[in-house]
Design a protein around this ligand. Structure first.
Ligand code: PRP
Ligand code: URA
Length: 212
């Protein structure tokens, strides 16, 4: 089950919370971290995609006709490099026909500002686009706001943000600038420390996923 407040849903399913607890553990080595994070990504993306549109479609079973649906949305995955790649792999398995636009952002360690180093988006996107910005960590919110801005500027109405862990500071920043964006996360943590890390969080997501 998922608890939903205005535009944020915390996926409180026991399987997700069990995985999150394991990936928070500083003793979990990177290979295991990647496996668990990948599994958790499937559940979070599944939950975030709950409001995808469908249209009725008929299908023949071996026994007779049945009424089903087909997905109709134009799905765009926007992983924030590097850590967002783990969510993108899972999302692509769930939605193989999605388009992927990678967003290269890194946080300046001194100023905590998000610095863009890669973004290659088309000049226009279909109006029915459903964008999923994928980044395990929503800390100050600088990276999420920078990524969301790219799609907002292209006039995309339906934008979601999927994270493993979110800090209150980052949620506030995203919601103040983009109140229409739906956030799906595994947990809302306590606060940021003086280095901009989420407390308790899980450490540096990119380093733990890629073993750097
Ligand atoms: C991390 C994380 C987010 C960002 C969150 O990336 O994956 O993208 O920090 O912080 P913010 O909310 O304060 O902007 P990082 O810049 O460490 O890059 P990496 O994934 O390449 O390690
Ligand atoms: N980026 C991370 O990877 N972890 C944090 O706690 C904050 C930003």
């Amino acid at each position: 089950m998922t608890s939903t407040t205005t535009r944020i849903q915390v996926c409180d399913h026991p399987l997700v919370q069990n995985l999150l607890t394991k990936i928070r553990d500083y003793q979990t080595p990177s290979g295991e971290f990647r496996r668990l994070a990948s599994e958790m990504s499937h559940y979070l993306v599944y939950e975030a995609m709950r409001d995808l549109s469908t249209r009725p479609a008929g299908v023949e079973t071996p026994v007779g006709p049945a009424t089903g649906v087909v997905l109709t949305d134009y799905v765009i995955l926007a992983p924030v490099l590097r850590a967002g790649l783990i969510l993108a792999e899972a999302a692509q398995q769930l939605f193989p026909n999605s388009r992927i636009y990678h967003i290269g952002l890194r946080r300046d360690e001194a100023t905590l500002q998000a610095i863009s180093y890669y973004a290659k988006l088309p000049e226009a996107l279909p109006s029915e686009s459903n964008v999923y910005v994928l980044d395990p960590m929503l800390a100050t919110g600088g990276s999420a706001v920078a990524a969301i801005s790219l799609f907002n500027e292209l006039g995309v109405k339906s934008i979601h943000l999927v994270s493993f862990v979110a800090a209150p500071e980052g949620i506030k920043k995203v919601q103040a600038k983009f109140p229409h964006v739906m956030i799906t996360t595994g947990a809302i943590d306590d606060h940021l420390n003086e280095h901009g890390y989420i407390v308790p969080g899980l450490g540096d997501a990119g380093d733990r996923i890629f073993g750097t």
